[in-house]
Structures are given as structure tokens and as C-alpha cells.
Write a protein that binds this ligand. Structure first.
Ligand SMILES: Nc1ncnc2c1ncn2[C@@H]1O[C@H](COP(=O)(O)OP(=O)(O)OP(=O)(O)O)[C@@H](O)[C@H]1O
Ligand SMILES: Cc1ncc(C[n+]2csc(CCOP(=O)(O)O)c2C)c(N)n1
Ligand SMILES: [Mg+2]
Length: 318
């Protein structure tokens, strides 16, 4: 099977998954063409996944297709953007039909589930690496940014934290318990918080998605906003499964492990008061923004440290 046959067989069908009026021209030409509606801004981002770094060697291709698109799409959720389309740059060691079938299946269900149509890409031979560029739109000037947090704002997170990080210990488990199966599901099939992000436009003062752990990602918000915060570790939303698997260590996972793709937002208290009940139910208040720079943790077990700098691909060297 040649390069063009591979694209036609496995990826062309995704381009026809669900027509989007915004994609004027998709797979097959030198570029795709996207039309931006009047009064909206284009929001776009690219993320790469490398075998052995972001996913294990010999990883299930169905999960890989889903996870790679979910991780990239989570950045659209963090900006409050509505999803439109994505491009896929895929480097493969070989054209294995069984692998490609699984990968295209996982990618296709993620693309339908998140409402993003495949608009183009690039296919090359080499070590397994994939990059996805996602495109969305948001009302002009209203994209949620990292830089808008102000002293007095509440710090909120969606869902539960630490599950996907805990799953890394069980990726090879032949007979996982129910608790293990729960955290594994959170690692294999993360669900970017697109609806929540879009609903927070005009309400949140800042937003980031948690790909790298709460301490690291909230740290990016605080730095970009020129403020600090105190987080009450006893308020962290932790799943029953994580608590049962990790016990006293659960809070450490909630603070510093990545891959959950939940949102961390800040919001002025007067806006929180009038926020719709349906939004409040998806979020947990974990702390408050302060003038004094830096992140302070209180209310946690003694074992909890504050030094989770996040994953740095070039850190630790000279
Ligand atoms: N090679 C690069 N060239 C230009 N800008 C870059 C490059 N790498 C990263 N950036 C920019 O740096 C900023 C931070 O990137 P980073 O990848 O850490 O954020 P993220 O995608 O939200 O997080 P994650 O990749 O952990 O999901 C982004 O604005 C990104 O566009
Ligand atoms: C097999 C395996 N080992 C470790 C991890 C954890 N991990 C790797 S990179 C990263 C941060 C985001 O990276 P980037 O900044 O490049 O987007 C995280 C949380 C994983 N997901 N899979
Ligand atoms: Mg990135």
C-alpha cells in the first residue's frame, strides 16, 4: 500500500465524516480552506505525541487516535472556542493495516464526538510521532486567556484530578480492578471540556487546560496574570477510585500528575454568584487568587509538596 492509497483508505473517510460549512475545501489540495464567520476569531493550536514519551510503546492504536485528538482539542476548550476542523501530521514506521484500521477508528470516533472534521495532513515514514493542529472559533475578542486572573478571583477546576496520572501504573495490568479500570478509562479516553469552556466565555477571567498537572498549569496562569494564589488541598476534587487506589497519596496525584484534560479557571466572585446552576455543578472551588506572586498550598497532608514543575522535555540537563 502506497502513501496515497493509505490516505485514501484510512483518512479520506474522516474528511467526509460530517460536513462542516466552515471547511470550504478539505483533504486533497495543497491547503485546506476555512471560512471564518463575521464577528468571530480563528483559534488554533498544535500538539505532538511521541511514542514512549506521551504514550507507551505498542500502545493500542484505537486509544492513540482518540487521545491525540482529545489532547489537542482540550486547548480549544481552554480558550472557550467552538471546534471546527483539524489537520493530522502522522509519521509511521510501517503501513500496518491492522494498526491503521484501529487508529482511524479511534480518531474517527473522537472527531465525531468532539465535532471536528479532518481537513488535511501529512504522512511520512519514521519513528511513531503524531501532531494534530486543531482549529476553532470564538466570538471576536472573547477567547479565554491565561492572563486575566485578578486578586480576589476564585480558582475553580472541572471534573476530578489525578486519575489519568495514576493510570500510568496500571497500563500493563492484565486484570484491572473496577477502580483501576476507572482511572485507565480516564487515561485512554479523555473528554475535552468543550461545552464547559464555551459556557465560561464572558464569565471566567482566565482559563487553562490541565495537561501537565494542576500546580504546573495553574502556575502558567498565575505567571501570565502577574498574580499568586492559595489552593486548599482538602478541596481538590478526587475520584473515589483514585482515593481507594492511592490513599494518602491521592492528593499528590491531584496536584501534580497530568493527562486529565480538565479545566482550571478563575472567576470574580460576583460573576460566580450569578453563574447558571448547571455550570456550578461541573466545577469545584479550590482556592483564591491573591496579589502576592507564587502558589501556596494549605490543608493538605504533610507529604504534599509544592515543587511539581510539570513535564519539561529538555529539563534536568545543562
Ligand atoms: N516550537 C514552538 N514555536 C513557537 N511557539 C511554541 C513552540 N512550542 C510551544 N510554543 C508556544 O508556547 C506556549 C506554551 O506551549 P505548551 O505546549 O506548553 O502549551 P499547551 O499546548 O497548552 O500545553 P501541553 O502541550 O502540555 O498540552 C503556547 O503558546 C505554544 O504555542
Ligand atoms: C507513557 C507515558 N508516560 C508519561 C506520561 C505523562 N506525560 C508525558 S508528557 C506530559 C506533559 C504534556 O506534554 P507536552 O507538554 O509535550 O504536551 C505528561 C503528563 C504519559 N502520558 N504517558
Ligand atoms: Mg503544547
Amino acid at each position: 500500500m502506497g502513501e496515497f492509497e493509505l490516505i485514501r483508505r484510512y483518512f479520506q473517510p474522516l474528511a467526509e465524516n460530517h460536513g462542516s460549512e466552515a471547511v470550504v475545501l478539505g483533504v486533497g489540495d495543497d491547503c485546506a480552506v476555512q471560512r471564518i464567520p463575521e464577528g468571530r476569531d480563528l483559534v488554533f493550536s498544535i500538539d505532538t505525541m511521541v511514542e514512549g514519551i506521551h504514550f507507551p510503546q505498542e500502545y493500542c492504536p484505537d486509544y492513540l487516535g482518540w487521545r491525540a485528538l482529545a489532547a489537542a482539542t482540550s486547548d480549544l476548550a481552554a480558550m472557550g472556542a467552538a471546534p471546527v476542523c483539524f489537520t493530522l501530521a502522522l509519521t509511521l514506521p510501517e503501513a500496518n493495516e491492522q494498526w491503521l484500521t484501529g487508529f482511524a477508528r479511534g480518531l474517527s470516533s473522537a472527531s465525531e464526538s468532539f465535532g471536528l472534521v479532518l481537513a488535511g495532513g501529512d504522512t511520512t515514514r519514521g519513528p511513531l510521532v503524531l501532531s494534530m493542529q486543531v482549529h476553532g472559533t470564538v466570538r471576536r475578542g472573547e477567547a479565554l486567556r491565561r492572563s486575566g486572573a485578578r486578586a480576589g478571583d476564585l480558582v475553580l477546576v472541572s471534573g476530578t484530578l489525578g486519575d489519568a496520572g495514576a493510570a500510568l501504573d496500571f497500563l500493563e495490568e492484565p486484570r484491572p480492578s473496577d477502580d483501576m479500570a476507572f482511572v485507565l478509562g480516564r487515561y485512554h479516553q479523555p473528554r475535552p471540556r468543550l461545552d464547559l469552556g464555551a459556557s465560561m466565555v464572558g464569565l471566567a477571567s482566565s482559563c487553562i487546560d490541565i495537561s501537565d498537572g494542576l500546580i504546573a498549569d495553574l502556575g502558567h496562569v498565575l505567571k501570565a496574570s502577574g498574580v499568586g494564589a492559595t489552593v486548599d488541598v482538602s478541596k481538590l476534587p478526587l475520584s473515589a477510585a483514585l482515593c481507594s487506589i492511592k490513599g494518602i497519596e491521592a492528593a499528590r496525584y491531584g496536584l501534580s500528575s497530568g493527562d486529565d484534560y480538565e479545566l482550571c479557571l478563575t472567576i470574580p466572585p460576583e460573576r460566580w454568584k450569578v453563574a447558571p446552576e448547571a455550570l456550578k455543578q461541573q466545577l469545584t472551588i479550590i482556592g483564591a487568587v491573591e496579589q502576592n506572586p507564587g502558589l501556596r498550598l494549605r490543608g493538605g497532608p504533610d507529604a504534599v509538596g509544592n515543587n511539581a514543575a510539570g513535564f519539561d522535555h529538555f529539563g534536568g540537563g545543562s
